[in-house]
Write a protein that binds this ligand. Structure first.
Ligand code: XIL
Length: 332
């Protein structure tokens, strides 16, 4: 349905999921695109300095190419996934050279085979107390905010065809925290545009949850402001945490589907939106079901049901909500 509307639809997968034939069959049926859940992170590729290993990521990129799927790389640099040895480098010039060499090597290796790259992930955190809202993390500590420009320019040079994304979370809901993050991210994107930094897309992670306040008008206006900068929009990691929903499966699935629906209706209407990826396809493999973050866990201990397919790969109401959201759009 997404493809009929001129949008792409896909999901995050990890290389080990390719060993599950039933899952792969479902993936090929449902998706036109995949994104690497873990394999492209610097810490995954080069845990030991000077010994990068691209085997797992190669497998994902080749799987996409041989099955006619678009491939999206996640991520260029994410403060949480830089190798420990990089954090330990004190010489600023050496650290900068190694960071840019890594991006150059990773992006040029797959040049022409990547639809988009998250060049930079999650650089904003207002708890820093900085006027620009940038997060205090290893890269900012080493280089100051100028590293952002360097990264995007290096990415463009290494793969001129890939869409270059700034990807972040915590923007969609109507709370003071989300409002502050929207302002800081808009300012970051505006600054990049004004300096000629090649940011093509804002990636909306969209880790949704039941029970949060949402105002479709405020959200749509913010999307318009981003689009007004000449930046495209992509939903990059959508899923729904159901910890606040009742245990009953039918009721829970209904609430999860409703959460997808209320977010997708205004978001997919933006003329700047180019596609959507879920952070996993099936409840069989999801960071929420693994309980990666404490707030993912349900108080009753039942397994969460965040994604469009259940753990048996059957379509849930969430799948229907997505299909309906795409189906309600005009063709373009
Ligand atoms: C999660 C992954 O699913 C895990 O496999 C990983 O170990 C931790 O992070 N925002 C992101 C993703 O950009 O990389 C995160 O993925 C989810 C939050």
């Amino acid at each position: 349905m997404a493809a009929i509307r001129g949008l792409f639809y896909g999901a995050a997968i990890a290389t080990r999921h390719l060993n599950d034939p039933a899952f792969v069959a479902a993936l090929l049926q449902e998706c036109g695109m995949i994104v690497s859940e873990w394999e492209a992170q610097w810490a995954a590729l080069e845990p030991v300095r000077g010994k990068p290993d691209y085997t797992a990521l190669d497998r994902l990129v080749e799987f996409a190419a041989s099955n006619g799927l678009l491939f999206r790389g996640h991520s260029g640099i994410w403060y949480k996934r830089v190798p420990d040895w990089f954090g330990a480098i004190n010489d600023r010039a050496e650290a900068e050279r190694l960071m840019l060499e890594h991006v150059q090597a990773k992006f040029s290796r797959y040049r022409g085979r990547v639809q988009s790259w998250d060049v930079l992930n999650e650089a904003v955190d207002l708890r820093s107390g900085r006027p620009d809202g940038l997060r205090r993390e290893v890269l900012l500590d080493k280089f100051g905010p100028g590293y952002i420009d360097l990264l995007f320019h290096a990415a463009r040079a290494a793969d001129p065809q890939a869409l270059l994304c700034y990807n972040d979370y915590g923007v969609e809901y109507d709370t003071p925290w989300h409002t502050g993050r929207r302002e800081a991210i808009l300012a970051l994107l505006r600054g990049c545009r004004s300096r000629g930094v090649p940011v093509d897309v804002f990636g909306i992670q969209a880790h949704l949850r039941i029970g949060a306040r949402f105002n479709a008008d405020i959200w749509a206006r913010w999307l318009d402001e981003v689009a007004g900068l000449g930046i495209k929009l992509m939903i990059t990691e959508i899923d729904v945490t159901d910890a606040a929903a009742p245990g009953d499966i039918a009721e829970r699935d209904r609430q999860v589907a409703a959460e997808y629906e209320r977010f997708l209706a205004p978001t997919l209407k933006s003329p700047a939106i180019i596609g959507m990826l879920a952070w996993g396809l099936s409840d069989r493999y999801s960071w929420i079901v693994r309980g990666t973050e404490p707030y993912h866990k349900r108080p009753d201990g039942l397994p969460p049901r965040p994604l469009p397919l259940d753990a048996d790969l059957k379509r849930k109401p969430a799948w229907q909500a997505m299909a309906d959201a795409f189906g309600g759009l005009p063709s373009r």
